[in-house]
Write a protein that binds this ligand. Structure first.
Ligand SMILES: [Zn+2]
Length: 168
């Protein structure tokens, strides 16, 4: 299976904030917004495939995937992390409606379970968490320095972190 070529736009915070700002009614809207992460000059998937979503989330958030999963037996949540390189061969072979299934043993009750992972949902959750962090940064820096949202988003992450550190 060959991966559809995708051309990713410049990764700017302002672009992603615009992407997330649209009102969304359902999953189809969400998928359409996510697909706007890719440029239109090259073939792109018509719906987010697992391989596409994994590639985009790597590009945005790096190769380490971190999840919190609840055990179906005891309901205890456990944090889990893995490298996308480790699951890439399996994800590349998934059919349209198939999801990666992890083989886990619950650290609390030792139950074995195979939770499916939808990388489009993972990507979306990460984008929402990322957005919450940006709102927090804009709130704190705009309040402290009188800057606009555009001013704050125009700073590099290193600059924002440095100013936030000064605020204590
Ligand atoms: Zn358990």
């Amino acid at each position: 299976m060959s991966f559809p070529r995708i051309l990713l736009p410049p990764k700017s915070d302002a672009f992603l904030m615009d992407l997330l700002a649209f009102p969304m009614r359902d999953t189809a809207d969400r998928d359409a917004r996510l697909l706007q992460l890719t440029a239109s000059t090259l073939p792109t998937p018509t719906a987010p495939t697992q391989e596409w979503a994994l590639r985009v989330r790597d590009w945005l958030f790096g190769p380490t995937v971190e999840l919190t999963l609840a055990c179906p037996e005891c309901n205890e949540e456990a944090d889990l992390s893995f490298e996308s390189d480790d699951v890439w061969p399996v994800v590349a072979e998934l059919g349209d409606d198939e999801l990666l299934e992890l083989g886990l043993t619950c650290p609390d009750c030792a139950a074995e379970h195979q939770p499916p992972v939808d990388f489009a949902t993972v990507l979306w959750d990460e984008l929402r968490a990322w957005e919450a962090d940006r709102f927090r940064e804009v709130h704190l820096l705009a309040t402290a320095y009188g800057w606009t949202q555009a001013d704050v988003l125009g700073l590099s992450q290193r600059q924002r972190d440095a100013y936030l550190a000064l605020l204590g």
